[in-house]
Design a protein around this ligand. Structure first.
Ligand code: S3P
Length: 426
């Protein structure tokens, strides 16, 4: 479906967004593993989190969805039943990879599949560490889905050094390790999002060169009640829209401010963005607060290599901010972007070229310079990727003649209510 956006002059008001997608996936998974009833409030209503919910229903977990909360009746340690069919992870890398770690420790065979995009994404990154811990797991010949997981009887504790900076891979290994009495130790040299560690209360040790994460059965989840903070990745689209429009001000309520996710705020503030954090507090191990955002004049800055893993999901919308900032916008050290829901380096460069900008694509990044010369009603391509769709929707609203986004419906992967949220602010 093609969605047309008119230029908008300004935004004003207050915004309450659905729960963080990464935390919501984990809340559903951990409460399904726990023995007893858990209550999750402000769970993400994204297609991705529905994929996780559907997989755990298929594994025999009763999940009651009410308007205000989700109740999950977990069956406890190895309390899942053999699914009657393949487990369909949809578009969701987090569902497929974290689930593989849980299934690696079960006494039944299971198969994980996904949609076309997910079926092209690399799975050996999770297969290899799970095999190392003794799991019987295999991917297709191309190293992709389907993942076939069989009971191994050989799961054993390991000490493992992460080969890719990936919270999904780290979490899969942690989840398998929760089924073992003794400690599994994971060494991470680049910090990635740490929701799994926080929510399970894992012991971690940080030094200048690495983070050591320790997991064992003692951290196996117990039932819990949790209000999930709003998704900072979703919020970043509205933050950039507000920064770039004149006379605009927006208060975004109760946003996740986990330090492994706030790289986008740091970078935008350094670029000159007027963003302040109000009413910060911690609940269920996760920091949250309100964000007040005001129209700003931005300038491009050098984006440090080491911050890339913590802003990886926000690069599409950050590049829109960069487009209107003084100076060229440049991203490097981001080859992971090529294996997200689309090849995001190519998706971004192809779309920016439509505007007549100078675009230089490299193996691990891109640079944008020049000025917009084409102000026709451009049809941007989302490549079926929710974050590309939302980034170019925001850009279209800023361009003086608006613009359109193809395959706009992909926004539902993380934020089905995007259009309604925008309407409430203009
Ligand atoms: C996620 C981790 C990141 C991120 C993804 C969600 C998670 O992926 O890009 O959107 O919830 O653990 P990687 O672990 O592949 O970096």
């Amino acid at each position: 479906m093609i969605q047309k956006f008119d230029h908008i002059e300004k935004v004003k008001g207050e915004l309450k967004l659905p729960g963080d997608k990464s935390i919501s996936h984990r809340a559903v998974m951990f409460s399904s593993m726990a023995k007893g009833t858990s209550i999750i409030r402000n769970c993400s209503n994204s297609d991705d989190v529905h994929s996780t919910i559907n997989c755990f229903s298929e594994l025999g977990i009763r999940i009651e969805k009410k308007p205000e909360l989700i109740k999950i009746y977990g069956n406890g340690f190895k309390g899942f039943i053999k699914p009657g069919q393949e487990l369909f992870a949809g578009n969701s890398g987090t569902t497929s990879r974290l689930l593989s770690g849980i299934l690696a420790a079960q006494n039944f065979e299971s198969v994980i599949t996904g949609d076309e995009s997910l079926s092209n994404r690399p799975m050996l990154r999770v297969v290899e560490p799970l095999q190392f811990i003794g799991a019987d797991i295999s991917a297709s010949e191309l190293g992709t889905l389907p993942l076939v997981i069989k009971p191994s009887g050989n799961l054993h504790t390991v000490e493992y050094k992460m080969k890719v900076a990936s919270a999904q891979v780290k979490s899969a290994l942690i989840l398998a390790a929760l089924h073992l009495d003794d400690q599994t130790i994971i060494h991470e040299t680049t910090q990635t999002r740490d929701h799994t560690e926080r929510m399970l209360g894992l012991d971690t040790e940080s030094s200048d060169s690495e983070i050591k994460i320790i997991a064992s059965k003692k951290n196996y989840p117990q039932p819990f009640e949790m209000t999930i903070p709003s998704d900072i990745s979703t919020a970043s689209f509205f933050i950039v829209l507000t920064l770039l429009l004149k006379n605009s001000e927006l208060l975004i309520k109760n946003v996740s401010l986990n330090p492994t996710r706030t790289g986008i705020i740091k970078i935008l503030i350094e670029m000159g963005g007027l963003i302040s954090i109000e009413k910060e507090f911690t609940e269920n191990g996760e920091i949250r607060g309100d964000l007040l955002v005001k129209s700003s004049e931005l300038k491009s800055i050098k984006i440090p290599d080491e911050i890339i893993p913590s802003i990886i999901d926000e690069i599409p919308i950050l590049s829109v901010a960069g487009l209107f900032a003084e100076g060229n916008f440049k991203i490097g050290n981001a080859k992971e972007l090529r294996i997200k829901e689309s090849d995001r380096i190519k998706s971004l460069c192809d779309n920016y070229q439509l505007l007549g900008l100078d675009v230089i694509e490299s193996a691990d990044g891109f640079e944008i310079g020049g000025t917009v010369t084409n102000y026709e009603d451009i049809l941007f391509e989302s490549f079926g990727d929710h974050r590309i769709a939302m980034a170019f929707s925001i850009l279209a609203m800023i361009l003086r003649n608006g613009g359109s986004v193809n395959q706009f419906e992909s926004v539902a992967v993380s934020n089905p209510d995007f259009i309604e949220q925008i309407k409430n602010l203009i």
